[in-house]
Design a protein around this ligand. Structure first.
Ligand SMILES: *Cc1c(COP(=O)(O)O)cnc(C)c1O
Length: 401
């Protein structure tokens, strides 16, 4: 390090965490092993309890379990009726499988820009003539659902995979759109090991989603829509239901969420207070009244221009800050940049108006990529650790901006 730069105080304390799976998880798993009931073709008690808990948590009439968030999203897009004629509008700032599900559901992604100063889809950027809109509440920051709903007459599917327990304007995420989808893979805010949940108030969406990946036993027991009854003996042939072990763990982990979220909230408040006191040009997105964020890496927005994001990231990691990189820029991945490759993988793309996206058409997205730093906020009390994080972040930003 050049001598004229003061030393950046590195974080020396270990990242604060507790044991993730406790006695409740062990007991639930042991009970299923004892019963010899690790798979349920219908809506058995473990599946029903898990689904009921998610419906209650999101205030929705129905919750439907899947073996991954990706499977839930694919079923949701099928259920709201996406087509090859009209694409699925979405921000590129999301996990890749949330983009590719549009193709698996028989449609294609239509990228739309991120709102300036935000990490979420810009309501004003929803393209005219697109079909369904897929909205990721990126890194737990609630998207502006009222504005998004006002900006389109098409169904909205919410990707809540970073936003378990989060709310926008006093209403839970996952209850605003035609469907909400939650990943329950282990690193998400509620873990089933692997799993996914679809939430909806619409009985028709619930049943159509069920036909995609659930067993005929369950379809025969639950389908009521006249246009779906003929599918009750076959379904549509995917097999994406949740194993009972995953459902049991998801249920106990969901109960632990409020305490974890409260600790994270308090840790973020410590960081915000320290940065306000030092005038550090960084902050978490300000939420609308009645909104609550989710906890999956917290996006902090740097409010002065970042010219060299890679150098800044290197400084953060050298200071042992708990930062993560944003997702790769999927727009420049071979699959999305090379139409021949995409057509060879998804032949129906020939019958759609798909064209490869140009990243420069999305200035809000490119700005978010430069200006956002993802900080993992501990979900246990961690005042001393947050004190070190605040000091190291301030020093890094002062040296590098
Ligand atoms: C994790 C994730 C998914 C996919 O969920 P899986 O359970 O891994 O299939 C979808 N969207 C977002 C935003 C995610 O973070």
């Amino acid at each position: 390090m050049p001598e004229h730069l003061p030393t950046i105080p590195a974080v020396t304390l270990p990242f604060p965490r507790t044991v993730k799976y406790g006695p409740d998880d062990h007991a639930a798993v042991a009970a299923l092993l004892d019963q010899g009931r690790l798979s349920d073709t219908g809506r058995g008690p473990t599946i029903a309890a898990c689904e009921g808990a998610f419906a209650a948590a999101t205030g929705t009439r129905h919750a439907l379990s899947f073996n991954s968030g990706t499977a839930a999203l694919q079923a949701a897009l099928h259920a709201v009726g996406v087509t090859p004629d009209a694409g699925v509008a979405m921000s590129p700032l999301t996990w890749i499988s949330a983009i590719l599900v549009a193709l698996h559901a028989g449609s294609y992604p239509v990228f739309a820009d991120v709102e300036p100063g935000s990490v979420n889809l810009d309501p004003a950027a929803i393209p005219a003539g697109c079909g369904t809109v897929l909205v990721t509440h990126a890194w737990g920051t609630p998207a502006r659902m009222d504005a998004l709903l006002a900006a389109t007459d098409q169904p909205i599917v919410e990707d809540c995979s970073h936003a378990h327990g989060a709310r926008y304007a006093d209403r839970p995420l996952g209850s605003w759109g035609a469907a909400g989808c939650f990943s329950l893979m282990e690193r998400k805010p509620v873990s089933a090991g692997e799993g996914g949940i679809l939430t909806t108030n619409d009985r028709c969406v619930y049943e159509r989603a069920m036909t995609v990946g659930h067993h005929p036993h369950r379809l025969a027991a639950e389908l009521t829509q006249p246009d779906l009854l003929a599918l009750s003996g076959t379904g549509l042939g995917y097999k994406t239901r949740m194993p009972t072990l995953a459902a049991a763990i998801a249920h106990t982990q969901l109960r632990a969420l409020p305490a974890r979220a409260a600790a994270a909230e308090s840790n973020l408040a410590d960081l915000t207070t320290a940065h306000a006191a030092t005038g550090t040009p960084i902050g978490a997105p300000v939420l609308a009244p009645g909104s609550v964020r989710g906890w999956y890496g917290t996006p902090l927005i740097i409010t002065e221009p970042v010219t060299d994001p890679d150098a800044l990231y290197d400084a953060f990691t050298a200071a042992r800050l708990p930062v993560r990189r944003l997702y790769d820029d999927w727009l420049t991945s071979p699959l999305l940049a090379d139409p021949a490759l995409l057509r060879s993988a998804f032949p129906h793309v020939r019958h759609t108006p798909w064209t490869a996206p140009d990243p420069h058409a999305f200035p809000g997205y490119l700005q978010a990529r430069r200006q956002t730093v993802l900080v993992k906020i501990p979900d246990v009390p961690a005042a001393d650790y947050m004190h070190q994080v605040a000091a190291a972040l301030t020093a890094c930003l002062h040296h590098h901006l």
